[in-house]
Design a protein around this ligand. Structure first.
Ligand code: SAM
Ligand code: NAG
Ligand code: NAG
Length: 374
């Protein structure tokens, strides 16, 4: 009974009286760095990479928090409970929130694995047409445990697999999805979780006329297996306040952070032998690390200018909770935007039941990014 009352009071609090005062509406136009024992300036004048957004996103922090409240009971019913190699809690929420907020008629998903993210998209948009591209069908992962096949989605897998770049999108959207030639490309959301260079994907999406893109693996400078938006928008001036010197203050901070955070990179991981430090050790990585092309700093800057000229909005999904609540030790909070639930919001964290989740759920945050093209 007490529980019921509490639940009722909680529901009332959220649904009818608005969010707690501490959740006052706050527009996302300014990037905030969670202190958590590290300042962006400790990483050299580079700070934390962030593409420029011409306009702020239309949603607020309180909207994200309300979204989280709606999302958690949905997430609890996911068929793939332990989504090894795929999105976990932070990115599942980000994807669900963006899909609901943008209300696409058609969703294209590149990189499906066991189908967890297809399920997330379906929960967000029950009536949208979903097109999935992946070399294997989700059922090929049967031996690893549960998988999800969406009854209404179109699967371009196995012998029908075609890379996003080679699809005839006008034909597919027209004939397969809508039975008419023209669809509104502004109502299409593309979710990339296929570990391909973001530079390539942004260009291909623009060529196809799509505007709303979500990137799952937006790796930080010096890490990952593809040239990410974060990397592209970083390291723009030679030196840039950064040097590959192993005796610098930055090198010292990096090796300290490396000891505390699994995915932090130290100077030897950031810099190549020749001192190149853009992309990943001076390379543009692509296709799950299978392709590694050394690029000059000049090429890197050209790539940045190109991407920046195409972007209207760049926004990173915030991590759900401060590591002091979730106990995750994977990503360094000094390299991310502030979490939705800060270290002093333990009460809300517990009330949402997040304390019942394994730390594993919070350990695959990789700066999921929403990019809106002009
Ligand atoms: C990280 S998993 C996707 C996880 C899934 N989105 C989720 O969250 O549950 C990456 C997937 O991309 C697939 N893949 C590999 N190359 C691809 C390509 N060129 N286009 C689309 N998918 C690709 C892999 O087979 C794998 O299933
Ligand atoms: C989905 O379509 C059904 C049938 O047309 C409709 O009743 C329902 O309201 C729609 N759901 C959403 C979320 O749009
Ligand atoms: C490939 O597409 C054809 C034609 O739509 C379909 O009959 C076949 O079942 C598809 N194969 C797979 C593995 O989805």
């Amino acid at each position: 009974m007490l529980l019921l009352l509490l639940a009722f009071e909680w529901n009332l609090d959220w649904k009818h009286l608005g969010p707690p005062a501490s959740w006052a509406s706050e527009r996302y136009c300014v990037r905030k760095i969670d202190g958590a024992g590290g300042h962006s300036s400790d990483f050299g004048l580079l700070g934390v990479p962030w593409c420029k957004s011409k306009i702020p996103v239309e949603w607020s922090k309180s909207e994200l928090l309300f979204g989280l409240y709606d999302f958690l009971p949905v997430y609890a019913t996911r068929p793939v409970q332990h989504n090894q190699w795929g999105t976990r809690l932070d990115h599942s929420f980000g994807l669900w929130f963006l899909a609901r907020r943008l209300q696409p008629e058609i969703i294209i998903e590149s990189g499906v694995h066991r189908g967890h993210s297809t399920w997330i998209l379906r929960q967000a948009m029950p009536n949208a047409s979903i097109i999935t591209l992946s070399p294997e069908h989700p059922r090929s992962h049967e031996s690893e445990g549960p998988f999800y096949v969406d009854a209404k989605a179109f699967y371009f897998t196995e012998e029908n697999f075609t890379d996003f770049a080679s699809m005839d999108w006008d034909q597919v959207l027209g004939d397969v999805v809508r039975h008419r030639f023209r669809v509104d490309k502004a109502k299409v959301l593309v979710f990339f979780d296929d570990h391909q260079s973001h530079l390539k994907r942004v260009q291909q999406a623009q060529q196809a006329g799509f505007k709303h893109l979500v990137f799952d693996d937006n790796y930080d400078t010096g890490s990952g297996d593809e040239y990410s938006l974060r990397q592209i928008c970083d390291q723009l001036t030679t030196g840039g306040g950064h040097s590959c010197s192993l005796s610098s203050r930055e090198a010292e901070v990096r090796s300290q952070r490396k000891r505390a955070w699994e995915r932090a990179v130290d100077m030897t991981e950031l810099c190549s032998m020749s001192g190149a430090w853009w992309g990943i050790r001076g390379e543009m990585r692509d296709n799950f690390d299978k392709i590694k092309v050394p690029i000059s700093h000049q090429d890197h800057i050209e790539n940045y200018k190109l991407v920046q000229s195409m972007l209207q909005i760049y926004w990173e999904v915030p991590p759900l909770a401060s590591p002091s609540l979730s106990y995750q030790r994977a990503y360094d909070p000094a390299r991310t935007v502030g979490p939705l639930l800060g270290e002093d919001e333990r009460e809300v964290y517990n009330r949402l039941g997040l304390d019942k989740l394994d730390e594993w759920e919070f350990s695959e945050y990789i700066q999921m990014a929403y990019a809106r093209l002009k």
